[in-house]
Design a protein around this ligand. Sequence first.
Ligand SMILES: Nc1nc2c(ncn2[C@@H]2O[C@H](COP(=O)(O)OP(=O)(O)OP(=O)(O)O)[C@@H](O)[C@H]2O)c(=O)[nH]1
Ligand SMILES: [Mg+2]
Ligand SMILES: [Zn+2]
Length: 318
Amino acid sequence: MQAATTDRLTPQTSEGLVVGSGKGGSWQVQCAAGLLACRLRGRLKVDSALRLEHLVVGDRVLLRGSLDEPECGVVEEVLPRRNQLARGRPGKLPQVVAANLDQVVVVVSVAEPDFWLHTVDRFLIVAAACDVPAVLVLNKIDLDTAAAVRAQVAAVYGPLGLPVVTASASAGHGLAELAAQLAQRVSVVIGPSGVGKSSLLNGISPGYALRTGEVMGIGKGRHTTTDSRLLPLAGGGWVADTPGVKTIALLAGAVAARELVELFPELDPLAADCRFADCTHRSEPDCRVRAAVGAGVAPSRYESYLRLYSELRGGSGA
Ligand SMILES: Nc1nc2c(ncn2[C@@H]2O[C@H](COP(=O)(O)OP(=O)(O)OP(=O)(O)O)[C@@H](O)[C@H]2O)c(=O)[nH]1
Ligand SMILES: [Mg+2]
Ligand SMILES: [Zn+2]
């Protein structure tokens, strides 16, 4: 077998967690020995080219250390992913954001930008499609609309058992609760731009020094995608911030319109009792899903189903 490089590597492999990705083919990997800058073994790039776009944060890898440079390593193997968070981007290729997540933290704000139930559903459904549990954070509860929005959220998501944390990054409210929700887990924070994702993480750990308050203009943010990092949490665990998106699209191809109902936990059991086995729950007679709207099923959730259904059918991104 041909050696890929002339590197002198440690004989034993160790397992590591990819915590920083991207630049120039170098990844930051946390392993027992500390933080190592790693590159992929040449052969691995070829072997895995078809299965793996590239490493992402959260990937677990086997690596060997360099005997010459103690802070460098070579990734020998990428362990199978338990899950991966991927998002569709209107007009662009889908993006894998992170792998092996314990949860997705969906952040929205009660105002600035305006609160929409449908926005919450879009992010929740993306998490569900990736098979990752979600937590909802309702930020900016210092603003006037807080009471009304909290009541809406409680009415719609309370019955679904969705964990909800109410917070105000600027008033320092809810940060301990959010930290407890993140502790010991690997999480990614997603949500619309400007809702306070970075502010909340800075509130938990000022040392992160994440940039906040940036308004993303057209074309901006294009370069941020490669710059993803898992930040260490004080009590153990990791969290990644992500740049906000204007809207989030389900991956065309990853979810078939017919399977969409399975991602709505309150609709799925009803669908089994519709008159037609291939009921799409839009206009068919004796549809149990439609019959339950307003009587156990929140109208906003059903509307979200209809919107996402027609997007998946139409192949439109946004
Ligand atoms: N009133 C109020 N403003 C907040 C709160 N949290 C954040 N902000 C403000 O909201 C703006 C956006 O905050 P960011 O933390 O940058 O929001 P983000 O979600 O990280 O935005 P992107 O990185 O663009 O996705 C900033 O001006 C913050 O100061 C809050 O709890 N209350
Ligand atoms: Mg941010
Ligand atoms: Zn039906």
